[in-house]
Write a protein that binds this ligand. Structure first.
Ligand code: NAD
Length: 440
């Protein structure tokens, strides 16, 4: 069932400097064994996916279906892939980001869990693109994307491949922007379920998952004390508000920079300082971009920043902090810690860029905790099942996750936590759906 997997250790890619991990010293069987241990640890915190996996193993709803996935190759993703494989799918997985791949997990998935895996930590963009091409060459019938590289790639390669697509799911805001651009231009030929916009994903993944793991990534990379520092968040969207919350929890004074008046007002009402980005540049100690846009921090900001400022990005692409502007202003640069590149400006100020401006919670941390990915990936698994079981049921275009999937996942999660809730009585249900007077 599984295609030959590319073992991470065989890549010729030069490794970038990254935080040393225990798995770096391993190879072959011991690498896969270390990966398996991580997968098992994550699995213990993913009870919803566990229940879906048991059902899939019995019912095999994905028997023979070719699934192409472009996701962060982490232990949590491995548990999604295992679920799909148990359901009968043939899965080919490539990395959505070169710095998030856990090599031991990739080895375990390829060698022990029947998936074809293409990715190695620290690969360059050309290798990343080559792996996307390899997955596209497997003619996937269902795509699971995190950034729309597979969906866009399949469509770029012509109508035959696109017509084979039953549908896709998209995990992130940046990917949905691309897919909606395809839809607006009339080129999107398959349904794409906007997993990123499901209620459960917004409430848990973006807010709690990105919030905690972004602050965790910054702390792991720098070991800074946040108490007493000024922490600037660019973008108060679904993810930015989670980051602001965790930074405040760690004792920082939080400043929010926004371009949307409603969200700026929400940030103010939540108790944060709100100011234009150039004003924030002068007062901040730590800066995090999470807007989905580009060049959010640029030359004018760098020119105002304090000596020692720390710059991190939690947005999907590494374009939110303008690296060309930083390179052109810097008179020198030096890697001072595994994930910290220090740029010296002509007046001697030093600016510290984390993880090359790439998504910091994955590049410097372990990404979203398994307990929150349990919810996201349970939604993914059920969306894949729904697409396959109703191929004629969805027209091409971006579609919402069916509400019953959101509800089913929330209920399974509550069950796993041993939490019971009340049900509406018939009289209450009738009252809520009535419109005739009198309603009192
Ligand atoms: N690191 C992760 O694990 C992770 C998780 C989820 C989403 N993301 C990524 O984070 C980014 C944001 O996602 P989101 O779901 O919060 O999006 P969102 O649309 O809910 O929020 C983005 C916010 O940024 C604001 N913004 C846009 N340009 C700005 C600018 N120049 N200055 C200040 N504010 C600006 C917008 O007004 C909006 O309020 C995307 O790239 C998404 O893919 C990353």
């Amino acid at each position: 069932m599984a295609r030959p997997a590319k073992a991470p250790g065989r890549s010729t890619a030069p490794r970038q400097a990254t935080a040393p991990r225990p798995a770096d010293a391993l190879s072959g069987d011991s690498l896969a064994e270390a990966g398996d241990a991580r997968i098992a640890w994550a699995s213990a915190q993913m009870p919803v996916l566990d229940q879906i996996r048991a059902r899939f193993a019995a019912a095999r709803p994905l028997a023979g279906v070719r699934v192409g996935a472009c996701l962060h190759i982490t232990a949590e993703t491995a548990n999604l892939v295992r679920t799909l494989v148990f359901g009968g799918a043939e899965v080919a997985l490539c990395a959505a980001n070169p710095l998030s791949t856990q090599d031991d997990v990739a080895a375990a998935l390829a060698e022990r869990h029947g998936a074809a895996v293409y990715g190695r930590r620290g690969e360059d963009p050309a290798q990343l693109t080559a792996h996307v091409d390899t997955v596209i060459a497997t003619s996937p019938q269902v795509v699971i994307d995190d950034g729309a590289d597979l969906v866009a790639g399949v469509h770029e390669r012509g109508s035959q491949l696109a017509e084979q697509l039953i549908g896709a799911t998209e995990e992130t805001t940046a990917g949905l922007l691309r897919v909606r651009a395809m839809e607006a231009q009339g080129v999107l030929r398959c349904p794409v379920m906007a997993v990123n916009e499901s209620s459960a994903e917004r409430s848990f993944n973006d807010y709690y998952g990105t919030g905690q793991s972004t602050v965790d990534g910054i702390l792991r990379a720098t070991n800074l004390l946040l108490a007493g520092r000024t922490f600037v968040v660019f973008g108060y969207g679904f993810t930015g508000r989670g980051i602001a919350l965790r930074a405040r929890g760690a004792g920082a004074s939080v400043v929010v920079c926004e371009v949307d008046p409603l969200r700026a007002l929400e940030a103010r009402m939540a108790g944060y300082e709100v100011m234009p980005s150039l004003a924030a540049a002068a007062v901040g100690d730590v800066f995090v971009t999470v807007t989905g846009g580009r060049d959010v921090i640029g030359a004018e900001h760098f020119q105002r920043m304090k000596d020692g400022a720390v710059l991190a990005n939690a947005g999907h692409f590494d374009v939110e902090i303008s690296l060309p502007a930083l390179h052109s202003l810097a008179t020198g640069r030096q890697r001072v810690l595994p994930l910290v590149e220090q740029y010296t400006l002509s007046d001697g100020r030093r600016l510290n860029l984390l993880a090359d401006g790439r998504v910091v919670n994955l590049a410097a941390g372990d990404g979203h905790p398994a307990a929150v990915m349990d919810i996201s990936f349970a939604i993914q698994a059920l969306c894949v099942e729904r697409l396959v079981s109703a191929p004629a049921g969805f027209s091409p275009g971006v579609i919402g996750v069916p509400a019953e999937i959101d509800g089913a996942v929330a209920r399974l999660k509550l069950d796993s936590l041993g939490i019971e809730i009340d049900e509406l009585t018939d009289a209450q249900r009738d009252y809520l759906s009535a419109w005739e007077q009198p309603l009192r």
